[in-house]
Design a protein. Structure first.
Length: 324
């Protein structure tokens, strides 16, 4: 199961704490607050990157002169460019850092939201087993606009409730090691009693899929499935929004960066790689992540506009160095 890395655990535990403590178990409000917090932490890096980009733009004419002067001596050119940038406090990759940070954040939160989704599924199963009405009440909190279940993909082909084949499939083989079960050992025994887990000594494993197991799982989840009988879980909207907002966010950042051979290749790749990844992953993973990633991009766009508007009024003065 994805999500064993410390940073992923911190992200998951932080969102769980918000969900249980501050937002009265409101999933979307939890996502919004978590997104604002993450963006508040990264805004200083964005500002620093913008300053670096402005400095880079200011010295680009001098760098071009050096390039022309030493075009037949690449080694000397590299030495002179590095010396010039060091003397003027300019970093060639400083403006690219926000884009380079985006990818790790993307995968960290995919893992964190998957872990959160698995835990919510476990809670739903246990609640339904205890009390059908309370289980339905919990399940109804998973709805957000057109998305019937935030813990399933916003996908027109996705069922509202994971099928038995999906739940007992290879993707969930590490489910017995979920943090929730470590914190609530009694829940492990209840899953054994339901026939969902098998205990071998001190180890627990996911039960092998059988017709009987499928029937048992389907019957338990039936009260929730009946609420949206005949419906799919979404209409592909958030995956499209996630991909589109990722492209726009990346384009805005690149638009305000100086063009150079050192960054052109990276920028071109990132301009298409992240939007495509965002769309594809949001089609496959639970919709809560797609909601998070879309809000995150929107906040990033707003931050970029504010930063660009602020720094557009400033002038960066760089001492012009004559190429030797």
């Amino acid at each position: 199961m994805v999500g064993d890395f410390p940073v992923t655990q911190w992200a998951f535990l932080g969102m769980r704490w918000l969900y249980e403590t501050l937002t009265n178990q409101n999933i979307v409000l939890t996502i919004i607050i978590a997104t604002l917090f993450i963006r508040a932490l990264t805004v200083f890096g964005d500002i620093r990157s913008r300053k670096s980009s402005m400095k880079m733009a200011a010295v680009q004419p001098q760098l071009d002169k050096l390039k022309k002067k030493y075009e037949k001596d690449p080694q000397r050119l590299n030495t002179e460019q590095q010396k010039f940038m060091r003397e003027n406090g300019v970093s060639m990759l400083g403006g690219c850092l926000p884009m380079l940070i985006t990818m790790p954040l993307f995968f960290i939160f995919i893992a964190a939201f998957r872990q959160w989704g698995n835990e919510m599924m476990v809670r739903l199963i246990l609640t339904l087993d205890d009390n059908k009405d309370k289980g339905i009440e919990l399940f109804q909190t998973f709805k957000f606009f057109w998305i019937n279940n935030l813990w399933m993909p916003d996908n027109g082909f996705s069922p509202v409730i994971a099928t038995a084949k999906e739940f007992f499939g290879a993707a969930n083989k590490e489910l017995p090691k979920l943090l929730y079960f470590q914190e609530h050992p009694e829940a492990l025994q209840r899953f054994v009693d339901l026939g969902f887990f098998i205990k071998n000594g001190s180890e627990y494993t996911l039960a092998t899929m059988t017709d009987q197991l499928s029937a048992s799982y389907t019957a338990l989840m039936a009260p929730c499935a009946e609420l949206y009988k005949g419906f799919n879980n979404g209409w592909f909207i958030f995956p499209v929004l996630a991909g589109g907002s990722t492209y726009l966010s990346t384009w805005i950042m690149q638009k305000n960066q100086p063009k150079s051979d050192a960054t052109a290749s990276t920028n071109k790749i990132m301009n298409w790689l992240m939007p495509v990844m965002s769309f594809v992953f949001c089609l496959q993973y639970n919709a809560s992540f797609a909601v998070y990633w879309t809000f995150s991009n929107i906040f990033s766009l707003a931050t970029s506009f504010l930063i660009n508007r602020t720094f557009a009024k400033q002038q960066v003065t760089i001492t012009e160095v004559s190429a030797k």
